[in-house]
Design a protein around this ligand. Structure first.
Ligand SMILES: [Zn+2]
Length: 396
């Protein structure tokens, strides 16, 4: 949620502040004169803004020492403990919270089971999760800069409005406003894949890269898009539904109601369904009732189980080859809990990309597969708040 619309002068001031903060974050420790050179702001403006940032403890002066015996340069750096943020990932059954410092280092984590699907009850639980994390860290409320929430579905992040949630069945729920009324710090809400994209952009493999895509695999298949250094959301926040691009109109029914979406072949429920059918036909050592059953069989060398992953990898590779043709990105980052399948999925995926991409385009893009950590989604949600801090209001 945006606190308020800014007037022109306030907007310029807020922009300059974010630009300075961003340069210090990206290139610090850095001298004031260098900040002025890189931002194009006057030395007086830089001095004024940095004095404010130092006063707020967000930035500190680092005495670097100069071995040449000359005057010691005073350099500016982000003060990691100048403020804290909390990120929460909402799944169908759990709220996973992480408290991080300004460098996105996770200080404390906590996971709570959700009590049902009533929005009022869940918002109370989230508010409790926030206070518990502060208590664990021994931090006063005033050190908390904001709370970010990431969840599946279509989110109007400007309004903190959840337009549609496939898992909870919520529609047009003002989740940001509801939680902000409880926790009394700024609350930002976004689609969970978008939050992961921001985390990669500011703190991960997307730092300093102008055009990259992040593809998430797991429960669903998502896509985050960064073009020309800007995060792309589409007309009303709905961009990136890679999982619901149709691969085969005669294919299995998808959760969205259509047939043969990519996600129906590559997402966890689709894989388990295909594996269960194969086990019933005697093609896999059964029974298979979950992803971990399937993974165990495949890792033990069961050829039927490996074929299920190979088929999914092949289809994922087709989807990614299409993305390479459309975006010609510098990098594709693959993330999400589905990366646990490793080469079972990504070997066939790489072969499929090579087979399906327009000749000559593949070499422009590097592919990075993230090692998955359970706190990655919560860290992504925390980045939502850090993004507000470091990103110029004009680019938000
Ligand atoms: Zn679908």
């Amino acid at each position: 949620m945006k606190p308020s619309l800014l007037g022109n002068r306030d907007l310029i001031r807020a922009m300059n502040r974010s630009i300075v903060l961003n340069v210090i974050k990206t290139n610090g420790p850095i001298a004031r004169a260098e900040v002025a050179r890189q931002t194009g702001l006057s030395p007086a403006t830089v001095t004024g803004i940095t004095a404010e940032l130092i006063g707020e403890n967000l930035v500190f002066e680092k005495d670097m020492g100069d071995s040449s015996g000359g005057r010691r340069p005073i350099l500016l750096a982000i003060n990691p403990s100048g403020g804290y943020v909390i990120g929460i990932k909402l799944t169908e059954t759990h709220a996973i919270g992480a408290l991080t410092d300004l460098e996105a280092t996770v200080i404390h984590k906590r996971t709570d089971n959700l009590h049902g699907r009533d929005p009022e009850v869940i918002v109370k639980q989230l508010s409790l999760l926030v206070s518990e994390l502060l208590k664990m860290a021994g931090l006063p409320k005033k050190k908390l800069l904001g709370v970010g929430v990431g969840l599946a579905g279509i989110v109007d992040s400007e309004q903190g409005m959840l337009r549609q949630s496939p898992f909870f069945g919520w529609r047009d729920l003002p989740l940001g406003e509801m939680l902000q009324a409880q926790v009394r710090v700024p609350v930002y809400v976004d689609n969970d894949v978008n939050t992961l994209t921001l985390a990669e952009m500011w703190f991960g493999g997307g730092q300093g890269i102008d055009s990259f895509l992040i593809v998430t695999v797991g429960r669903g298949v998502g896509l985050g898009i960064v073009v020309n250094g800007q995060f792309y959301r589409g007309a009303r926040g709905g961009a990136g539904e890679l999982g619901h691009t149709v691969i085969d109109p005669e294919g299995p029914t998808c959760e969205c109601g259509k047939h043969g979406c990519l996600e129906a072949f590559v997402g966890d429920p689709g894989l388990v369904r295909m594996a269960t059918e194969a086990a019933n036909r005697g093609e896999i050592h059964g029974p298979i009732t979950s992803m971990s059953d399937l993974l165990t069989q495949a890792e033990a060398g069961d050829s039927g189980a490996r074929a299920v992953f190979a088929h999914a990898g092949d289809i994922l590779g087709q989807g990614i080859a299409n993305l390479l043709n459309i975006f010609n990105p510098q990098k594709i980052i693959i993330s999400g809990e589905g990366t646990r399948a490793g080469d079972l999925l990504f070997g066939p995926m790489r072969e499929s990309i090579a087979r399906n991409v327009m000749p000559g385009l593949a070499r422009d893009t590097s592919i990075q597969i993230d090692a998955w950590g359970d706190d990655a989604w919560a860290l992504g949600a925390a980045s939502l708040v850090l993004h507000e801090l470091f990103e110029s209001p004009l680019n938000r």
